[in-house]
Write a protein that binds this ligand. Structure first.
Ligand SMILES: NC(=O)c1ccc[n+]([C@@H]2O[C@H](COP(=O)([O-])OP(=O)(O)OC[C@H]3O[C@@H](n4cnc5c(N)ncnc54)[C@H](OP(=O)(O)O)[C@@H]3O)[C@@H](O)[C@H]2O)c1
Length: 352
């Protein structure tokens, strides 16, 4: 089977590098182009990217010339699908240009996530929302389209919420995050600000968790998504961890939930990616840990190649419902891996 040609937009950053790593040996996709800012365009990737992953930079990508982030720059590259790891303000104008030019855009950026005709998808949670692609194409007259994945903290929380919502119903969710520095991008948080410290504010993060969750968990009704009918209250904090977000989650359920039954439901939880055996799908989207001091980001962020969310300390909440701690790899399950899984589902469902 011939591989689908792909490009990575914003390929030199934290998420861009994760895309390069996840796509370098992909059975369906082949990296044919990389783009970044005008500062990097024209340079070989090996020179433009400050490589931060432990594994070596793939040789064939190292040699690619970094292109400008513009559909015209990719005209000769035989690319059908672009993965976007662009800053949101750049993605806002650029991603529609790619979709209009006929590319399928799988985006990590927040710019278009909440637009009513843009699918915001976690394949295990709301794969049916991909149907919004048809609405988007009709309304905008595009031959391509934009599909987004949620914010990193929201993805891991929604994966844990899905089996609880299905089994017991959700009334409210309260979450306190402890987020890794890589979540802010390569130049994101100065070392002088974060070492020996906790920063109790991440711009826009709480709003994203509170609104994106309701779109993802909402129901597709005809041409639109009806937001889910529960409340989310988030408090987001940056901590001196390199990779892997930790979240303390407090869930109030409609029906009484026994923690042991919730743990069982999480262990058994699977979705369409597992059913279809998609290449990047983790065998266990949720890994429930019994040890009283787990999960921890240093030890648990790489479970299932960074595509699983580790859940532990699952217990009864005296306020009603259950509470637990979860850890997910923000740049893999929370970003590049999420987009790649979305793209695999797009192919499986005939959108590519
Ligand atoms: N880091 C995470 O864990 C995470 C998780 C979920 C979602 N996201 C989202 O993913 C996106 C990328 O995040 P990141 O952490 O990878 O950021 P980053 O490390 O700062 O990388 C940004 C990338 O965008 C490129 N870029 C910057 N300005 C540009 C311009 N004007 N035109 C074209 N390209 C430009 C940069 O190229 P140069 O190298 O040339 O500057 C670089 O490749 C953001 O929207 C972010 O919110 C990140």
């Amino acid at each position: 089977m011939a591989k689908i040609g792909v490009a990575v937009l914003g390929a030199t950053g934290i998420v861009g590098q994760r895309f390069i790593s996840l796509l370098s040996d992909h059975p369906w996709f082949e990296i044919r182009a990389v783009t970044a800012s005008p500062r990097s365009a024209g340079k070989p990737y090996s020179e433009a990217a400050k490589w931060y992953l432990e594994e070596p930079m793939p040789e064939d990508v190292a040699e690619l010339e970094v292109k400008e982030t513009d559909p015209k720059a990719l005209e000769d590259e035989d690319v059908d699908l672009v993965f976007s790891a662009l800053p949101s303000d750049v993605a806002k104008d650029v991603e529609p240009k790619f979709a209009e030019a006929g590319y399928a855009v799988a985006s990590n950026a927040s710019a278009h996530r909440m637009e009513p005709d843009v699918p915001l998808v976690i394949p295990e949670v709301n794969p049916d929302h991909l149907a919004l692609i048809d609405v988007q194409r009709d309304e905008r007259g595009w031959s391509g389209f934009i599909v987004t994945n949620p914010n990193c903290s929201t993805i891991q929380m929604c994966l844990t919420l899905k089996p609880i919502a299905d089994g017991w119903g959700l009334e409210s969710v309260t979450v306190a995050t402890m987020q890794a520095v890589s979540g802010a991008g390569y130049a994101g948080v100065p070392s002088m600000a974060i070492i020996d410290n906790v920063i109790p504010y991440i711009a826009g993060e709480e709003e994203k968790m509170e609104t994106e969750t309701l779109k993802i968990m909402g129901e597709l009704d005809g041409d639109e998504v009806k937001p889910a009918d529960f409340t989310v209250s988030a408090s987001c904090h940056r901590v001196p961890v390199l990779d892997g977000h930790t979240e303390a989650v407090f869930v109030s359920t409609e029906d009484d939930a026994d923690p042991d039954d919730v743990a069982e439901a999480m262990k058994e939880f699977k979705g369409l990616p597992q059913e279809k055996d998609l290449p990047t799908a983790p065998e266990r989207p949720l890994v429930v840990m019994e040890e009283e001091d787990r999960p921890q980001p240093r030890f648990d962020r790489d479970l299932e190649n960074g595509m699983a969310v580790a859940v532990g300390r699952l217990r009864e909440d005296p306020l009603g419902g259950v509470k637990y701690v979860c850890v997910g790899h923000n740049a893999v399950r929370g970003a590049a891996g999420a987009s790649v899984l979305n793209a695999e589902l797009l192919k499986e469902e005939g959108y590519l």
